[in-house]
Design a binder for this molecule. Structure first.
Ligand code: ZN
Length: 224
């Protein structure tokens, strides 16, 4: 294929990056592993514009080239508590939280792959995790593996999707951040909280509860 960008010798990676705990840990993980790393953040009118701002600041601090791509269509098609202030954060009747956006990881990873191919990168990194499975079907390992095959066929290109957090608990993700030397950055600068509070967050929303429980577990072990 003459129009396929040549894969460079330095392995290059594109990281799907939201500025939260998981994707920031993945970004640093990728920086330690690949020669060249770029981050991509999707702007789909998420609940807090601060999320985009937070991602920009962290990418800048890490000196990682950062792309912000607009995906308004996602919000038009699949409104959720992440994009609509009038939708409460709760668990719905079918067990799916109201923060679920249908097809989000499918869309994000597909666009990340298009970008990666253009940049001559084969590696795509995402912070999806099956362990803390909140009922999001597109966080499952089987979905990622299936999409990897589909993307390779769709673009005739050998992508490798990496999911360093797939089987980790939140406690393990904190341990990984510490191992990678980015514990303080992740604790103090990332935004996971559904109420838009950077760092330790509001402490009560589902995202904060999960994050803080893992942090307390890890810190208790680290002190011991
Ligand atoms: Zn919170």
């Amino acid at each position: 294929m003459s129009d396929t960008p040549k894969v460079q010798e330095t392995p290059q990676a594109v990281v799907v990056f939201s500025g939260g705990q998981d994707s920031t840990t993945c970004l640093v993980w990728a920086m330690r592993r690949f020669g060249q790393v770029e981050a991509v953040t999707f702007d789909y009118n998420q609940r807090h514009e601060l999320e985009i701002e937070c991602a920009k600041r962290i990418a800048e601090e890490l000196s990682v080239p950062h792309h912000v791509l607009r995906l308004d269509l996602l919000n038009q098609l699949a409104p959720s508590a992440l994009t609509r202030r009038d939708i409460e954060i709760e668990v719905g009747e079918e067990g799916l939280p109201s923060t679920f956006v249908d097809g989000r990881n499918l869309i994000f990873l597909s666009f990340a792959a298009i970008l990666a191919k253009q940049r001559g990168a084969r590696h795509i990194v995402t912070g999806v995790c099956q362990t803390d499975f909140s009922g999001y079907p597109d966080c499952r390992d089987v979905f990622i593996k299936s999409l990897n095959v589909t993307l390779n066929l769709a673009m005739d290109y050998e992508f490798v999707i990496h999911t360093p957090l797939m089987w980790l608990t939140k406690r393990d993700t904190w341990a990984l951040a510490d191992e990678l030397g980015c514990f303080d950055l992740v604790r103090d600068r990332t935004l996971t909280c559904y109420n838009g509070i950077i760092g330790s967050g509001c402490g009560t929303c589902p995202a904060c509860v999960l994050r803080n429980r893992g942090l307390e577990q890890y810190l208790a072990e680290r002190r011991a």
